[in-house]
Design a protein around this ligand. Structure first.
Ligand SMILES: *Cc1c(COP(=O)(O)O)cnc(C)c1O
Length: 409
């Protein structure tokens, strides 16, 4: 291997990333080398409490022994075959996905964005072939401040200028309504509307919880107007908000559902689009696919993750942990904290920007041995692995208290 002149290969990992990597992230200055449960360790041997769990992908904690075992055993046996053949793992995985969520059928993909793209394709084709929308006219309604991934179609319906700037032209066929506004949703529905795509709680937007009853109203409107309700639960699903799906809090079932993040057990990228029978039926062989989607390794780990979720009662633990976390955060009563919001272990703490940026608070937390990341500059995201213990929640809140005190000085 040849090093670039003047740039030794023994340079620090951060320097190497800076020099050779694309600068599409701005990580905190810490180099992680190991993870176990709710803890991470850096290259100096320093231990941190993980209060972000890889944007909710590590709900089970780092390297959960049961999931690592499933991964290693399957990797030794058979890892990747493509969908050109059946395997002995895919059937059990999709069955478990459907029985856990109450959906009829599942289509496995890898990343969350791919699951959302799958949902968009399904909705459009359902619109043309089942609902009878004239070819080329299908419209999908989305919510302002949505986040559904980074593909060109998806950023095309984002309302966040930075996600879009420089990446157009974008795919047409999307209409935006304010998040949590059922009247605006109803007003936007036309005979060409095929779907409403929505996060039950907006994660990347800053942990934004809609008014109670919004999802139920959206469900009623979609049913009345023959529009598919597609819930993007890539972040809120699989126990994160204190129920298996965030939809469960309002007792509703969507027509389409995207899952990802925690579905891979914190070990692999595994996602899925789930739907009711007549929606999934639009896909026929050759319509859609993915080289890695549904591979035996992903299927084995995904199935083990779903099983573990039940066995360890992680939804219940997230509900209880979330109550503790929000109560302790509110009890801090610090004037710089403008709002504490969320559900289960998906919590956002809004920091008064006149006091400090959320980024500066996260840097302070890092020095206190707690890792998390801000969202949108003003919100500190607190979304630890669902296996976190009450004492560890208190530890994180006390670290935040110390950081806010030190910043006030
Ligand atoms: C993270 C996320 C996605 C995208 O998932 P990727 O795996 O990063 O492509 C989509 N929707 C929501 C709600 C998410 O939080």
């Amino acid at each position: 291997m040849t090093a670039h002149p003047g740039f030794p290969l023994e340079a620090s990992p951060i320097a190497l990333e800076e020099r050779y990597g694309a600068h599409n992230y701005h990580p905190l200055p810490v180099v992680l080398t190991r993870g176990q449960g709710v803890h991470l360790w850096d290259d100096q041997g320093r231990r941190y409490l993980d209060m972000m769990s890889a944007y909710s992908a590590v709900s089970f904690g780092h390297s959960h022994p049961q999931l690592v075992e499933a991964l290693v055993a399957q990797a030794r046996q058979l890892a990747v075959t493509s969908r050109a053949f059946h395997t002995d793992k895919l059937g059990a995985f999709v069955q478990r996905l459907c029985s856990a969520t109450g959906m009829d059928r599942a289509l496995p993909m890898n990343s969350g964005a791919e699951a959302v793209e799958t949902a968009l394709k399904a909705a459009r084709k359902w619109g043309y072939t089942v609902k009878g929308v004239p070819e080329g006219r299908a419209r999908i309604i989305v919510a302002a401040n949505n986040f559904a991934g980074r593909t060109t179609t998806i950023v095309g319906f984002s309302t966040e200028p930075q996600y879009r700037a420089g990446f157009g032209p974008f795919a047409p066929g999307f209409v935006t309504v304010p998040f949590g506004d059922a009247d605006a949703l109803e007003a936007a529905i036309t005979p060409d509307t095929v779907a409403f795509l929505v996060e039950p709680i907006q994660g990347e937007a800053g942990i934004v919880v809609p008014p109670a009853g919004f999802l139920r109203k959206a469900r009623e409107l979609c049913t009345r107007h023959n529009v598919l309700l597609i819930c993007d639960e890539i972040q809120t699903g699989l126990g994160r908000t204190g129920a298996l799906l965030a939809c469960d809090h309002e007792g509703i079932r969507p027509d389409g559902l995207t899952l990802g993040k925690a579905l891979g057990g914190g070990l692999l990228p595994v996602s899925a689009f789930l739907a009711r029978e007549d929606v999934m039926a639009v896909f026929t062989p050759g319509d859609h696919g993915s080289t890695f989607g549904g591979n035996p390794l992903s299927a084995a780990v995904g199935a083990a993750a779903l099983q573990l979720l039940e066995e360890e009662k992680l939804s219940q633990r997230a509900a209880a942990g979330g109550e503790t976390l929000m109560a302790e955060l509110r009890a801090l009563g610090h004037p710089a904290i403008r709002d504490v919001r969320g559900k289960g272990l998906l919590v956002g703490v809004e920091i008064d920007p006149a006091f400090a940026s959320a980024r500066v608070v996260c840097e302070g937390l890092m020095r206190e041995g707690v890792l998390t990341k801000d969202t949108h500059g003003t919100v500190v995201r607190l979304a630890p692995p669902l296996v976190i213990e009450p004492a560890q929640i208190t530890e994180a809140v006390q670290a935040l208290r110390r950081v806010l005190l030190s910043l006030a000085r």
